[in-house]
Design a protein around this ligand. Structure first.
Ligand code: ZN
Length: 388
C-alpha cells in the first residue's frame, strides 16, 4: 500500500487547530460532513459518514486536545476512501459496501487550540461519561446512543515513556477496555479483542517489537469502558513514542495501517477466527524507559569519586503566542539504572560530571569527556543540542 499517496499533507505536525481542520474539510469538497454540536467555547465538532454497509463503525480522535496523531491519520484514511479508482479499489469497495464508518476527528477543539489534555472547562472529557458536564462528552455519548455502532475506535496518544518487557519503546498500544471491574471477556469485548489481534498482526510486519497492551484496569468514568458495557465492541488505540519522531509522523502512518486493516477485517468478518490468546500475550506497557540515559558516569566529589547512571526525561511546554513546543529536561533518576532502557542510550564511562545532581527540577547539567570538554549541557532544562 502506497501510504504517501494518501497522506494528508496539510496536517504535518501536532499543532493544527479546528481552523486547519475546517479548511481541510472545505477543500476536500466532500459533503457528507455534519456538525454534531459545538465545544464549550463554541467551536464546531463535525462527523463524516462514509460507506453504506450494515456494520456500523464509529471512530473518534483527540478527545484529549494534546493527542493529535490519530486525527491526522483519520484524514489520511479519508483520503484513501475518496481517492479515485486505483489499485486499491477492491479494498475500498469491500469496506464501504459492508460498513458505514462514522469519523469524528477532533472531539476537543478547545483543547487542541490550547494544546491541553482537558477541554476549556479543564475537564478531562474521558472522565466525563457519567458526570456529563462537558458539551463534548455529552455529544460523544449521544452519538453512540443514537448510532449504536457495532465497533468503536477510541484514538489517543500515550506517554512516550512506555516500553515493553524487552526494553523496546512502545510505538502503538491497544486495549479492549473492560466493561466492569471483573475484567471478564464477554462476546462484545471478544469481538474487539479479535480485531485488535488483526491490527497487531499487520503492524508486526513493520514494528514487531514496539507494540503493547494498555493497562486494562476498569475506569468507570471513561467512554471506552462504558461503550463496551453498552454493547459496542470498543478498541482503544494509543500512539506512543518513536525515536526522532517528535511530530509523530511515523506513528501516524502506523495508525493508518492499523485502522485500515481493522476496517478490512470487519468488512470481511475475517477477524472472527482469531484467537484471544494472541491479545493476552501482547507485552504490557512498562515504565522502564528514559528519553536519555547515561551509563556509568563518574561524579567528581571532594568525598571521593563515584559512578552513576543518569536518566533524563523531558516535558514539553506549549507557547500559545508562537504555537511552538519547547522541551524542558530534568534528571528523573540516578544510581543503578540497569533495568532501564532509553531512546538515546549513551555509554558514559569515559565521562564525568562535577556538580551535585538535582532531581526533578529543570536541570543544569554538564557532562565532560576525559579531555575536559563539555559534551552535553543543559541550562535551566534547555539542551544545547539542536535535536534535543
Ligand atoms: Zn488520551
Amino acid at each position: 500500500m502506497n501510504y504517501k499517496k494518501y497522506t494528508c499533507n496539510a496536517l504535518k505536525n501536532r499543532l493544527f487547530t479546528w481552523v486547519d481542520i475546517d479548511t481541510l474539510i472545505q477543500k476536500t469538497g466532500i459533503t457528507q460532513w455534519q456538525q454534531l454540536g459545538t465545544s464549550y467555547l463554541g467551536k464546531p465538532i463535525r462527523m463524516l459518514t462514509l460507506g453504506t454497509g450494515p456494520v456500523k463503525i464509529m471512530v473518534w480522535s483527540q478527545m484529549h486536545g494534546d493527542e493529535p496523531t490519530a486525527t491526522a491519520a483519520i484524514f489520511d484514511i479519508i483520503n484513501f476512501f475518496i481517492a479515485g479508482a486505483d489499485e486499491n479499489q477492491n479494498l475500498r469497495n469491500t469496506i464501504l459496501s459492508n460498513c458505514s464508518i462514522y469519523f469524528i476527528p477532533l472531539v476537543n477543539p478547545d483543547g487542541a487550540e490550547a494544546y491541553t489534555r482537558s477541554n476549556a472547562q479543564k475537564i478531562d472529557i474521558n472522565r466525563d461519561y457519567v458526570a456529563q458536564q462537558s458539551p463534548e462528552g455529552k455529544l460523544l455519548k449521544q452519538v453512540r446512543n443514537d448510532l449504536k455502532p457495532d465497533f468503536c475506535f477510541n484514538m489517543h496518544n500515550q506517554s512516550t515513556l512506555y516500553c515493553t518487557k524487552n526494553k523496546q519503546a512502545v510505538a502503538m498500544a491497544f486495549l479492549a477496555p473492560p466493561y466492569d471491574a471483573t475484567l471478564q471477556v464477554n462476546w462484545v469485548r471478544e469481538q474487539a479483542i479479535k480485531v485488535i489481534v488483526c491490527m497487531v498482526q499487520q503492524l508486526q510486519k513493520h514494528i514487531p517489537q514496539h507494540i503493547a497492551r494498555f493497562n486494562d484496569a476498569f475506569e468507570p468514568r471513561a467512554f471506552g469502558d462504558n461503550f463496551q458495557a453498552a454493547g459496542s465492541s470498543t478498541i482503544l488505540v494509543e500512539s506512543g513514542g518513536w525515536l526522532n519522531d517528535d511530530e509523530k509522523q511515523t506513528i501516524r502512518k502506523y495508525n493508518f495501517i492499523a485502522l485500515l486493516k481493522a476496517f478490512e477485517v470487519i468488512a470481511t468478518q475475517s477477524y472472527q477466527n482469531k484467537d484471544v490468546i494472541n491479545y493476552l500475550m501482547l507485552p504490557e506497557n512498562q515504565k522502564n524507559i528514559f528519553h536519555i540515559l547515561f551509563k556509568n558516569v563518574r561524579v567528581k566529589s571532594k568525598k571521593g569519586d563515584y559512578r552513576l547512571d543518569i536518566g533524563l526525561n523531558y516535558t514539553e511546554k506549549f507557547n500559545p503566542k508562537t504555537r511552538t513546543l519547547t522541551k524542558l529536561w530534568h534528571v528523573e533518576e540516578v544510581g543503578d539504572l540497569s533495568t532501564y532502557t532509553a531512546y538515546t542510550l549513551i555509554e558514559g564511562s569515559g565521562f564525568y560530571v562535577t556538580k551535585p545532581i538535582v532531581l526533578a527540577h529543570l536541570t543544569n547539567l554538564q557532562v565532560f569527556n576525559a579531555n575536559h570538554q563539555v559534551l552535553y549541557s543543559w541550562i535551566k532544562g534547555i539542551s544545547n543540542h539542536k535535536n534535543q
